[in-house]
Design a protein around this ligand. Sequence first.
Ligand SMILES: Cc1cc2nc3c(=O)[nH]c(=O)nc-3n(C[C@H](O)[C@H](O)[C@H](O)COP(=O)(O)OP(=O)(O)OC[C@H]3O[C@@H](n4cnc5c(N)ncnc54)[C@H](O)[C@@H]3O)c2cc1C
Length: 384
Amino acid sequence: MNGQAIVVGGGIGGLAAAAALHRIGWQALVLERADELGEIGAGMSQAPNAMRCLDALAVGAQARAAAVPTHSAGNLRLPDGRYLQRARPGDPTPLLAFHRADLHRLLLEAVPAGSVRTGTEVTGLHQDRDQVTVTWKGGEAAADPLIGADGIRSTVRRLLWPDAPPPRYLGRTAWLGVAPAEGLPGSVTMGPGAYFLIHPLSRDRAYWAYVTACSRPGVRHDDEKAAVLGHVRNWHDPIPALIAATPSEAVTHIDVHDLDPLPSYVDGRVALLGDAAHAMSPDRGQGAGQSLEDAVVLAAALAAGPSVETALRRYDTERRPRTQATVRGARADGRRTTSPAAHRWMTTMVRLMPATLWRKGLTPDGNATWRWRPPHLPAPRAES
Ligand SMILES: Cc1cc2nc3c(=O)[nH]c(=O)nc-3n(C[C@H](O)[C@H](O)[C@H](O)COP(=O)(O)OP(=O)(O)OC[C@H]3O[C@@H](n4cnc5c(N)ncnc54)[C@H](O)[C@@H]3O)c2cc1C
């Protein structure tokens, strides 16, 4: 089988889907609402499962060159600076930290020039026996299949699953930033009801995120930088200094949402992918990684055929249980790390864990999520 798809959304998931389709010899047209492609500035980590997908998309080497190893899972601290677990110098780490824009750029480089049409907000969708037609202001296009990779507030999801509940607010709010910083190894500091994450980034920068409980969404401040600094002013170095070094306009404040499980990610010739299908809380650092997995599994299913509809059904059967379990796990992790009541229990448990056992969990196969292997993407058959 070989054909032509439309991907709605040019984020990490949509571009990964287009790159995966390109690997198997399909064409993909990516329709992106924004006038310019790009990811706004913050960081993220990718785990071994995601890195294997980037290898399958033939961008693994470039990704490793753009990333910095982060010991965020090896250095667990308390606000007064004490270590609950501490990575030793030279310890390997399975997590790589990226500036989001770097990961996005190298996926864009993996799709053929001219595959992305910006300034195109899809507003309508119609499918018949042979193809799916999408419409936007002043235009339309048809293909088979259509991949909805248009994020947590997906239009494709709303059009095909009108009864699906809207994103769920998880009672947590987060401030993010990128600051100049040299030589930080990566860490997580666990306070009562909040945590502070640091990832080192290339070009002598560090990404930070402060996540805390908040009973309602939409609480905003005139000076977000001062607001977050107020929360961690007395936390250990370099936390206050990192925030102070972040330009005010580079401090982002978001509310944390995820999606309740959908009964299916597929309707006929349309498949949802990434956050459109299974947006999750960031607490496991898996949202983009799961979208990379989706992309590779979807392309492998389409390559195997025999028809688009059967391939999409296989994609749905394979991806739904794993991604929905990850959504549940991330939701529960976030609840624990931002609950003052769970703080004492969590920190005691981490402190009592023997360091050897803790490090064992930090190998590339250290948990079921990281252990996952992508299917093989067959090279396109030469035209006869
Ligand atoms: C604070 C935070 C930290 C995170 N940290 C990590 C991490 O460390 N590791 C990790 O793997 N994940 C992490 N994630 C999750 C990750 O950011 C997302 O899962 C991932 O970016 C989702 O990619 P996507 O392409 O599915 O959706 P998006 O990035 O939301 O992309 C959707 C695209 O679709 C476009 N679009 C929307 N509607 C339309 C339309 N109607 N027509 C055309 N285009 C449209 C949008 O403009 C956008 O470009 C984090 C998330 C948050 C919030």
